[in-house]
Design a protein around this ligand. Structure first.
Ligand code: NDP
Length: 346
């Protein structure tokens, strides 16, 4: 089968591409420029030119951006849409976040409907961001696929929804809502599945060439092992975690399993706090002991009083997709080792 992956140059997108290739798929990936395509080629010398092809999509915020990319020969069987901005440097939330996230998602669905009738399965990378902040959830309760972020277009520009991390979360929630609305209204000839990961850790692969270019969710590991936050551990900022290899596999299983059609999957392992990460790094890599925050410097990285405020129910991903989640120890160790390889190259 032949699959289009959007955003193959990203942390997750690159892992999805490599997971598909390892399972024998023929892959086309969108990237923003020929330079990025060239870089991805150089980074994957073992992959032949017809196993992995490239389509240039310069700006996913433009409707129609995917019109050409979805028309492939041989034609596509499935599309996995991972491309979306993930950072907290927001000047204008509509331009920087909402337009690329929402138009990118609706745009790819429209292009497939118009120009790629061979596509039967579409998977989008949503996020726990589309589920969190359910106002009816008391502390101590459990998140699952029934939870929705209450943000709407009407409330999206209010300061608490529009700045920094909240602006990113709003973009993901509106994008997933728009995708399901598209399916309901347009009744296209393909099915939709949403994958909703929380904060993603795990090894950076071929796409990351330096620690300066580190993807947002792995930045804290660079800060820990270089001593940048030795005096003050940053607040954890997220509730739950998952490993990138498990999230990538979830996307592929979602195009393979019939029962995943029309579903969303909360691919989270369990709660974590930054102190957990510091503890694992300290135990597995004693050489970083002097770089890591300790004692009072850990204060902000601890769980709030009473422990993790929410729990995870990932049973749907385990039962229906057959996912087996990696442990935090394995994920942290492999993340650190991958960053060490970058630091050695520098
Ligand atoms: P990256 O920043 O590594 O990847 C983002 C990808 O999207 C890159 O390929 C990037 O292209 C592309 N992209 C962003 N904006 C545009 C645009 N305007 N036009 C074209 N391409 C664009 O982040 P991640 O791999 O972490 O994120 C991938 C997906 O996973 C996103 O949908 C994100 O919301 C989601 N996600 C990530 C989580 C995490 O913790 N990492 C958690 C939950 C969901 P380029 O390389 O050229 O910049």
């Amino acid at each position: 089968p032949r699959v289009l992956v959007t955003g193959g140059s990203g942390f997750l997108g690159g892992t999805v591409v490599d997971t598909l290739l390892a399972r024998g798929y023929s892959v086309v990936t969108t990237v923003r420029s020929t330079e990025k395509a060239q870089q991805m080629r150089l980074d994957r010398p073992h992959v032949s030119a017809n196993q992995l092809e490239y389509a240039i999509v310069r700006d996913i915020a433009q409707l129609g951006a995917f019109d050409e990319a979805v028309q492939q020969n041989p034609p596509l069987d499935a599309v996995i849409h991972t491309a979306s901005p993930f950072h907290y440097r927001i000047d204008d939330v509509k331009r920087d976040m909402l337009d690329p996230a929402v138009n990118g998602t609706v745009g790819v669905l429209e292009s497939i409907k118009k120009y790629a009738p061979s596509v039967k399965r579409v998977v989008i990378t949503s996020s726990f961001a589309s589920m969190w902040n359910n106002p009816n959830k008391p502390t101590g309760s459990t998140y699952n696929e029934k939870d929705w972020n209450p943000v709407t277009w009407e409330t999206a520009l209010e300061p608490e929804n529009a700045a920094g991390q909240s602006g990113y979360r709003t973009s993901k929630a509106l994008a997933e809502k728009a995708a399901w609305e598209f399916i309901e209204k347009e009744k296209p000839g393909f099915t939709l599945t949403a994958i909703n990961p929380p904060l993603i850790f795990g090894p950076v692969g071929a796409n990351t060439s330096s620690v300066e270019g580190m993807n947002t969710s792995n930045v804290r590991f660079v800060e820990f092992i270089t001593g940048a936050v030795k005096e003050k551990c940053p607040p954890t900022g997220s509730l739950f975690w998952v490993d990138v290899r498990d999230v990538a596999l979830a996307h592929v299983l979602a195009i393979e399993k019939e029962e995943a059609a029309g579903q969303r999957y909360f691919t989270a392992v369990d709660p974590f706090c930054n102190v957990d990460l510091v503890d694992i790094i300290g135990e597995s890599f004693p050489k970083y002991k002097d770089q890591l925050p300790a004692g009072d410097a850990l204060e902000l990285g601890r769980y709030p009083e009473g422990g993790p405020p929410y729990k995870v129910d990932n049973s749907k991903s385990v039962k229906e997709l057959g996912l087996k989640f990696r442990t935090l120890k394995e994920s942290v160790e492999d993340t650190v080792k991958s960053i060490e390889r970058l630091l050695e190259k520098a």
